[in-house]
Design a protein around this ligand. Structure first.
Ligand SMILES: Cc1ncc(COP(=O)(O)O)c(C=O)c1O
Length: 400
């Protein structure tokens, strides 16, 4: 008999966090490492947000708050949903947690019965399947083909729905591919979902503001109001506001679901950090111009990385619409041999080779459920990216 619970065996540690950790350790040991594994902006949290946090500390906002968010933050979130997404949510329809990850956790723990199916379009953010599994659910993967720009096709969604389907998770812009759905594409998926009234929709809009080339953001409850009553629209301040460490995520959805999620949170972490909540009010209600400034830099970096990777033999990289990731194919490197005589059999071998030979830390596509690809985060300095892409090209040229 194991001391550890059976549920632990269902999941694995987050592979993206593992890569970041490994890169950090190698760096500390003196290796020359370029880390491209992390899913967080390299920009610092804007000063206006930091000042709001300091002011909250000085005002003594250092106590427990309402479990699922202060009134001030809920009001700011309600305004944001109305202003940016045309969605109306009352205070009872809004929840605040310690990061978007906890929002998802609360939602699935509150609703998933053993054996319930959670449709996860692949490539997916690494945590969706494991959260579903921890909650006793069964992730059902649906491949989003590269020739459909890594987006879910309505016919594939239709085919994946069964009487046991509880949720479908949509994520746009997507981690790891950067793919973003247009309103028309979401409408196509909504047509399918309207035919299956038992299916709930979790819309993970975490990368909403990170869109390039003038593409407009769309979210499913806005595109198809008839789905509003069974959609949880999730978002957070981590990425757009450069606040990954502050741990604030939020969602709007039907009041009974929001209440159930608060019940769970009341027996786990209670409220999200009071200071971080005050900072998030400033983030959502304060000046937003730094977002466009950051996006300009992100777009330049994206274009640089795509163009440099496409010069590496064996790699093919399409241009993503949003987020800060590229997801190149390494199909042309599979079956080749490294100068050390190791065969590259899959994308995990490929990223291991990149790390060992050139000190570049990327994440294998298998972690996101779609091979043979790998993910590079371009949320790091332009010089580091140029250096990393030069190293990757050299590594690819050395394969025989
Ligand atoms: C698609 C997606 N959703 C949610 C999250 C969770 O964000 P948070 O840091 O707010 O928990 C991430 C973080 O990487 C993400 O990539």
């Amino acid at each position: 008999m194991s001391f550890l619970a059976e549920r632990l065996a269902r999941i694995k540690p987050s592979p993206t966090i593992a890569v970041t950790q490994k890169a950090r350790e190698l760096k500390a040991a003196g290796r020359d490492i370029v880390g491209l594994g992390a899913g967080e902006p390299d920009f610092d949290t804007p000063d206006s947000i930091k000042e709001a946090a300091i002011a909250a500390i000085r005002r003594g906002e250092t106590k427990y708050t309402n479990v699922d968010g202060t009134d001030a933050l809920k009001a700011a979130i309600a305004c944001k949903f109305k202003r940016e997404n045309g969605l109306r949510y009352s205070k009872e329809q809004i929840t605040v947690s310690s990061g978007g990850k906890q929002v998802i956790f609360n939602a699935l723990l509150a609703t998933v019965e053993p054996g319930d199916e959670v449709i996860v379009p692949a490539p997916y953010w690494v945590s969706y399947p494991d959260i579903a599994l921890l909650c006793g659910g069964k992730p059902v993967f649906v491949t989003c083909p590269q020739n459909n720009r890594f987006k879910l096709r309505p016919e594939d969604l239709e085919a994946a729905i069964t009487p046991k389907t509880k949720w479908v998770i949509l994520n746009s812009p997507n981690n790891p591919t950067g793919a973003a759905y247009t309103a028309a594409e979401l409408k196509g998926l909504a047509e399918v979902l309207l035919r299956h009234a038992h299916v709930w929709i979790l819309s993970d809009d975490m990368y909403e503001h990170l869109l390039y080339d003038g593409i407009e953001f769309a979210t499913i409850a806005q595109v198809e109001p008839r789905l509003y009553e069974r959609t949880l629209t999730m978002n957070g301040v981590s990425k757009a506001y450069c606040m990954t460490g502050w741990r604030i995520g939020y969602a709007g959805g039907p009041a009974p679901l929001i209440k159930a999620m608060a019940k769970i949170q009341s027996q786990s972490t209670t409220n999200a950090c009071s200071i971080s909540q005050a900072a998030s009010v400033a983030a959502l209600t304060g000046p937003q111009d730094f977002i466009a400034e950051h996006n300009k830099v992100f777009k330049e970096r994206r274009d640089l990385v795509v163009s440099m990777l496409n010069q590496a033999p064996g790699l093919a990289c399409s241009t993503p619409e949003g987020a800060f990731y590229v997801y190149p194919s390494c199909a042309g490197a599979i079956g080749k041999t490294t100068p050390q005589g190791k065969a590259i059999a899959n994308d995990e071998d490929f990223v291991t080779y990149l790390l060992e030979a050139e000190g570049v830390a990327a994440v294998q596509g298998s972690a996101f459920g779609h091979s043979p690809f790998f993910r590079i985060s371009y949320a790091t300095s332009t010089e580091a990216l140029r250096d990393a892409c030069t190293r990757i090209k050299r590594a690819c040229e050395a394969l025989t």
